[in-house]
Design a protein around this ligand. Structure first.
Ligand code: SF4
Length: 385
């Protein structure tokens, strides 16, 4: 029996390449198509069809490696999250091919250059990436250019669409999400939609966006917040914490009847010793939505989205630092978070490249990780790195 996923027959991820072409897959964690497509046909797209055929005969197809890895260390995979989401919405996962869950990458336009990211997902990163002479190459197929006029989704049938997720870059810096919601408003599917966003919390949505949200079944906002205060400003450079805090609270207070909020924390060596600060901030400042629902919080770990994501991965911790991370997690009040981190660092392969990376970044940005991330500095210096 094969390990299955609801997205094999119900999921679509679109990552634009230029004004007319896009790569596709079933979700953003799956390996994308090498080929580029213009008008995307969900039922007959050759890449999606090949994956559907493969997944019906093979267990754990290699294109979904990220999910299998997470599951192998006991952490929840995106696949398991999607199974739960489909279940929660009462969506039957039968054998038919229907577009039910779609993620749309609103290109890499971004106003931040987070230290764990890179040019693939932040337009602001490219010049510094060059100056740092970084070696991680983007996949050969990724030659992105201006793509805001890309309407590759135009012929998609939204009749059965229930989940529509936007990511970027910063999705609120583009009109892409509004264009897709307008399409859904026109064909009447908007009222069935749970629309969601990964946003960096720097941009307040337009009035038109809020009007479209009002028509949706539900709106979920996932604020990407890796730290607060000084650490936030170092990690999510050049973000200003007070402005982000204000924007998040304004969004929380929009007054919609259908809004849901979660904080998404990307855990790395940079913020691992500051996680309790985020938990405390949430509990004190934004414990509930305007409807009184608890504001959720989840973590993921840095990945190969850029050089910083690779070198700041927790698995690079040496044995002493690893012990200090373990001791720190014992103090966290969020036990699920603590357990995930403990499982994640079980197989560390020490590597100190992150120090040189942060030092070089500091020269370019006139920052100082040793003071902004003093907990990491103290603990790593004491471990003789
Ligand atoms: S990567 Fe995971 S969530 Fe995505 S299609 Fe594969 S199994 Fe499903």
């Amino acid at each position: 029996m094969t390990t299955t996923c609801p997205l094999y027959t119900k999921g679509l991820y679109i990552e634009k390449l230029n004004a007319s072409e896009a790569q596709v897959s079933m979700c953003c964690f799956q390996t994308s198509s090498r080929a580029a497509y213009t008008n995307i046909n969900f039922d007959n797209n050759p890449y999606l069809e090949s994956l559907r055929n493969k997944s019906s005969t093979q267990d754990k197809i290699k294109e979904c490696e990220g999910c299998w890895q997470n599951e192998s260390i006991g952490n929840q995979s995106y696949r398991q999250g999607q199974i739960a989401a489909f279940d929660q919405l009462g969506i039957a996962v039968d054998g038919s091919t229907d577009l039910v869950s779609m993620t749309y990458n609103c290109q890499n336009t971004c106003n931040l250059k987070c230290i764990t990211c890179g040019p693939r997902f932040s337009s602001l990163w490219a010049p510094e990436y060059k100056k740092l002479n970084l070696k991680i190459a983007l996949p050969k197929t990724i030659k992105k250019s201006y793509s805001l006029n890309n309407r590759c989704y135009e012929d998609l049938d939204f009749a059965k669409l229930r989940l529509l997720h936007f990511q970027g870059g910063e999705p609120f810096l583009t009109n892409d999400h509004e264009n897709l919601l307008e399409k859904a408003a026109q064909d009447g599917s908007i009222q069935n939609l749970t629309v969601s966003y990964n946003t960096n919390g720097t941009i307040f949505p337009s009035e038109r966006t809020i009007e479209l949200w009002r028509q949706c079944h539900m709106v979920k906002i996932f604020f990407s917040i890796d730290a607060i205060g000084k650490q936030f400003e170092y990690i999510r450079f050049p973000g200003v914490w007070s402005q982000v805090e204000e924007t998040m609270l304004r969004i929380r207070n929009i007054g919609l009847h259908n809004i849901w909020i979660e904080l998404g924390v990307t855990v790395s060596l940079a913020n691992v010793f500051y996680l309790q600060d985020i938990i405390d901030w949430k509990n004190q400042i934004m414990p509930v939505t305007n409807l009184g629902d608890a504001v959720g919080m989840y973590i993921n770990f840095t990945g190969p989205v850029g050089h910083g994501g690779v070198v700041l991965d927790l698995v690079n911790a040496n044995t002493v630092l690893q012990q200090r991370i373990l001791s720190y997690t014992a103090t966290l009040t969020d036990h699920n978070m603590a357990n995930s981190i403990r499982r994640y660092i079980k197989n560390c392969q020490p590597n100190n490249d992150w120090i040189e990376y942060l030092d070089n970044l500091d020269v370019l940005r006139n920052t100082n990780w040793r003071t902004s991330l003093s907990q990491l500095s103290d603990k790593s210096l004491a471990s003789n790195l």
